[in-house]
Design a protein around this ligand. Structure first.
Ligand code: SF4
Length: 245
């Protein structure tokens, strides 16, 4: 007896990659959001004190899990006596540690400050390299730190996603993403080029002072009419005027 012919089952469709969420804002809305931020803070500044690219790099590396004000208190004296990698290495790990003892994880951070200073001397002639790929090879320097330094010291239009930007990106559906990299990619994709230089400062300051973690202060918000957060508490934007600071 002939065996019944068994037809091969059709191949299963390849599992689809989950689609990455995109911004819920139109181009015009995004442009309007950043136009207003630019009026509010025409020249936003980072709040970490520094005197050159090297001290900025050290300050940003120290600021992980610490406040800018706390880092400034610790680095003010340190940078007076050590504003180059050579001087930092000469100071030594113990003395650096004494200066930054008030910052969380100070032991490890002191070790990294010395190691990154040595690496700058050995591999980059004592200068902070103006490239992300090079910077992330330094001990204790990650993508976010490199992005901040590239933006502030070298004028690169990078987006350094911190806790405030991660929250805003998701809360108001501006740049949804589970990781800082996903939020970074989406912000870089949607923000018009002319606003990129200051965009990360505007978003950080908006998150720090208005769209706060626990409860956003929507009544003070200049983009309340555009915001797509479901639970926002205002729909009329606050008056638009330059802010001192
Ligand atoms: S309206 Fe409220 S939730 Fe929306 S961006 Fe402004 S502060 Fe944040």
């Amino acid at each position: 007896m002939n065996k019944p012919i068994v037809k091969p089952s059709p191949p299963k469709p390849a599992a689809r990659k989950p689609r990455r969420k995109r911004s819920k804002y139109s181009r015009e809305e995004i442009r309007e959001i950043f136009r207003r931020f630019a009026i509010q803070r025409p020249e936003p500044k980072g709040e970490l004190e520094h005197v050159n690219a090297f001290t900025l790099l050290v300050a940003v590396a120290l600021s992980a899990q610490a406040t800018d004000a706390g880092v400034n208190r610790a680095t003010r004296k340190l940078f007076e006596i050590a504003d180059t990698p050579e001087k930092m290495v000469a100071l030594g790990e113990d003395t650096v540690g004494e200066h930054i003892r008030t910052i969380g994880l100070w032991r490890n951070k002191a070790k990294n400050v010395i190691a990154l200073s040595k690496a700058l001397i050995e591999n980059f002639g004592g200068e902070v390299p103006p490239s992300r790929e090079a910077m992330v090879t330094l001990p204790g320097v990650g993508r976010k730190t490199a992005n901040v330094v590239l933006n502030m010291a070298f004028g690169e239009p990078t987006m350094a996603v911190d806790t405030h930007i991660l929250r805003i990106g998701n809360r108001i559906h501006l740049a949804p993403g589970k990781t800082p990299e996903q939020v970074e990619d989406e912000l870089v994709r949607i923000i018009p080029r002319e606003f990129m230089q200051h965009a990360h400062h505007w978003l950080i300051l908006h998150g720090r002072y208005v769209c706060k973690a626990r409860r956003p202060e929507c009544a003070k918000c200049v983009i309340a009419d555009l915001c797509k957060y479901e639970d926002k508490e205002a729909t009329t934007p606050a008056p638009l005027a330059p802010i001192a600071a």
